[in-house]
Design a protein around this ligand. Structure first.
Ligand code: OGA
Ligand code: NI
Length: 353
């Protein structure tokens, strides 16, 4: 039998959607943030419109101007939105409709896909490692979707009808977008077009669907704690009319307002390490809303477990070497053994000054 990759387990915690359904006015202590983590009143909404918007079809034909834009976005923001990505509207909409239906199912039905105690795939919560840590105001469905022989299909919901095929179609589209983006990244990082894809050996995709229930006190809780992604890049679809995602910028937090049919892309830790810090894996978090639940779809594109990641010599040049070599599988598993806490998990790859 083929060995499937396993990941670090997470401690079981209550289902937030169910908790809110039963007692919408109650917020248990475990969810109330310490003052320094409470969402600030001013999240610099005026800067949202400056987050770069990149046209993937121009990027893929190698337009210099678009490649320069990508370089700027990765240096200055670590985040950008992608339009003209080529995934059919219908594919995006089907994913949103079927997922909304899934989360509306009774808990017993969703728990058929409950995360097993020794894994982080399935319906549940990740990165819970102690009874004391503050918890996120969200539930998630996490699946390793690519390559397809890594799939644990017993954790893939078969209700609503056709959901598995819909997830397959959506993540196939995302995979293509990811490959095109990595070709463009190879170019701006001074490699052959297929350099980064070759370095990954196999481009894996893990999907994390986040469900953030409405919260009566959005100023007290966080939907997802501040963190940077351990991926190479992350491709995120958000709902078209509900804010939630915020990113670190100039010491504050900036909302990533949804752009219609666009996908949000961010640089992950792998690209930060490979580029010796030129491109930044920026900290981000999600806040909740008082009247609306929100669903987001994060696809993490990652290298094969045995890939060794270290700064590319030609990008280090005469600069100080910032990171040491890490084996990707060890890096990602060590990050899962701690709670999400900004960029603390990246320390194991850093060279002390
Ligand atoms: C994530 C994430 C942000 C969001 O799942 O890693 O950062 O808007 N999600 O849900
Ligand atoms: Ni993230």
């Amino acid at each position: 039998m083929r060995m499937l990759p396993t990941y670090a387990p997470s401690i079981p915690v209550p289902n937030v959607q169910e908790m809110v359904r039963k007692e919408p006015a109650k917020i248990p202590d475990r969810y109330i943030r310490n003052d320094e983590d409470k969402p600030p009143i001013n999240d610099m909404p005026h800067l949202s419109s400056e987050i770069p918007v990149i046209n993937l079809s121009l990027l893929s034909t190698g337009e210099t101007e678009e490649l320069n834009k990508l370089d700027f976005a990765c240096k200055e923001w670590g985040f950008f939105q992608v339009v003209n990505h080529g995934i059919a509207k219908e594919v995006l909409q089907n994913m949103k409709d079927a997922t909304a239906e899934f989360f509306e199912l009774p808990l017993e039905e969703k728990n058929k896909y409950e995360m097993p105690p020794d894994d982080i795939q399935g319906y549940g919560h990740a990165y819970v490692v102690s009874e004391e840590q503050k918890l996120d105001w969200s539930d998630a469905l996490i699946l390793l979707v690519h390559p397809s022989h890594y799939r644990k299909l017993k954790l893939w919901p078969s209700t609503p009808k056709g959901y598995r095929e819909i997830i397959n179609a959506y993540t196939k589209g995302v995979q293509k977008v990811g490959e095109q983006l990595l070709r463009a990244f190879s170019t701006i990082m001074g490699m052959d077009k297929d350099g980064l894809l070759a370095l990954h050996k196999n481009l894996l995709q893990a999907l994390r669907v986040n469900y953030y229930p409405a919260c009566c006190r959005p100023d007290q809780v966080l939907g997802i704690s501040p963190h940077s992604d351990t991926s190479s890049i992350t491709i995120l679809m958000q709902e078209s009319d509900i804010n939630g995602l915020q990113i670190r910028h100039n010491g504050g937090w900036v909302q990533v307002k949804p752009v219609s049919d666009a996908l949000v892309v961010n640089v992950g830790d792998v690209i930060e390490i490979l580029s010796n810090g030129k491109y930044k894996s920026i900290e981000h978090k999600a806040v909740t809303n008082q009247n609306n639940s929100r669903i987001s779809y994060a696809s993490f594109l990652i290298p094969q477990d045995d890939v060794e990641i270290e700064p590319l010599a030609h990008l280090v040049g005469s600069q100080r070497l910032m990171y040491k070599q890490v084996v990707y599988g060890e890096y990602v598993r060590s990050s899962m053994q701690r709670k999400m806490e900004g960029k603390a998990h990246t320390e194991i790859a850093k060279i002390e000054t």
